[in-house]
Design a protein around this ligand. Structure first.
Ligand code: HEC
Length: 141
């Protein structure tokens, strides 16, 4: 009789233990993996940098790239390959922000493109480079 109670009690304890084991296991489970977030959007350029980029684009870039970035500036006539048309969504989706900023600072040769795309060492590391990249992104139609 006593023995029976003991067995019953220990069985109950066992059930309790297993139950507890389960619930504590559930609690200890790592949080479900969160899908990696999209890379943070690049910060918007300051108004000053944006204004400078606009001015630089009009004076230094438009002769080849065209005032609207369509690749049809007057100096593009003699170029092979011709500058890409920045307004085309397909072009926009093919190039990375990093590529755009690199080619602006270091020129076409530095990224395996035409040497006709000149480097702009005086702009390297300045806020106007990301601002020019943002301007080019904004030309997408
Ligand atoms: C003398 C003409 C010329 C000038 C000036 C010039 N570019 Fe270019 N640029 C080119 C050519 C040509 C290419 C295309 C290179 C290729 O496709 O191989 C190019 C390519 C580029 C690309 C990359 C396009 C791609 O498809 O990968 C960007 C971005 C760019 N230029 C931005 C600028 C900016 C911004 C300026 C002004 C600071 C500028 N360029 C000034 C001729 C020029």
């Amino acid at each position: 009789m006593n023995k029976r109670i003991l067995v019953t009690a220990s069985t109950a304890l066992l059930v309790l233990n297993v139950g507890l084991g389960c619930s504590s296991e559930t609690a200890a489970q790592p949080a479900p993996a969160v899908a990696p977030a999209d890379p943070p959007a690049p910060a918007a350029p300051t108004a000053d940098a944006a204004a400078e980029a606009k001015q630089i684009f009009a004076t230094r870039c438009a002769p080849c790239h065209g005032a609207n970035g369509a690749g049809d500036g007057p100096a593009s006539a003699g170029l092979t390959p011709k500058p890409a048309n920045f307004t085309i969504p397909d072009w926009q989706s093919k190039v990375t922000d990093d590529h755009i900023e690199k080619i602006i600072a270091y020129g076409g040769m530095a990224v395996g493109k035409s040497a006709a795309m000149p480097p702009n060492p005086d702009l390297d590391g300045k806020p106007v480079v990301p601002a020019l990249r943002a301007l080019i992104r904004g030309l997408k139609q």
